[in-house]
Design a protein. Structure first.
Length: 148
């Protein structure tokens, strides 16, 4: 009887461990490219974005929980995004020409553009990834005691 209970306990433990691991993997897959970058910006903050042309940005396109992120180029004037271009595989650029719902200025806060909504309810953001502040140094662990 003890062997049966021990076997059942072991089987249940393995089942729960497997289920927890599967759930963790599912949660990681649910996080899209935009959310991963947005979390990094939130954790570290970002330097101000000066006027100019940036060829090292990420342009994200979101529909619901689905997101696609592309390398791109962006023009900034007076602290606002005035042009966006997606980098093609041959290292040329194609202008993003989506029809926007509102023509408000596309401001930049904490290294990310304000959400841009298209007439098709697609959400676009420009992420200035080179402006993310460096990771802060972690705490140094104290040495273990010795028998000196």
């Amino acid at each position: 009887m003890k062997k049966i209970i021990t076997s059942l306990t072991l089987l249940l433990s393995i089942t729960f461990a497997s289920s927890a691991q599967t759930q963790t993997k599912a949660n990681e897959e649910d996080t899209n490219c935009y959310l991963k970058w947005a979390q990094k910006f939130e954790e570290r903050g970002a330097e101000d974005v000066a006027d100019g042309t940036y060829d090292d940005v990420i342009i994200s396109f979101r529909n619901g929980s689905d997101a696609q992120c592309f390398s791109g180029k962006c023009e900034v004037k007076e602290g606002k995004v005035v042009g966006m271009y997606i980098r093609l595989e041959n290292n040329t650029y194609e202008k993003v020409t989506k029809k926007l719902r509102d023509n408000f200025p596309i401001t930049i806060t904490n290294g990310m553009s304000k959400a841009i909504i298209t007439l098709d309810d697609e959400i676009i953001n420009v992420l200035f990834i080179k402006k993310i502040k460096p990771k802060k140094a972690g705490f140094q662990k104290a040495p273990e005691p010795t028998d000196d």
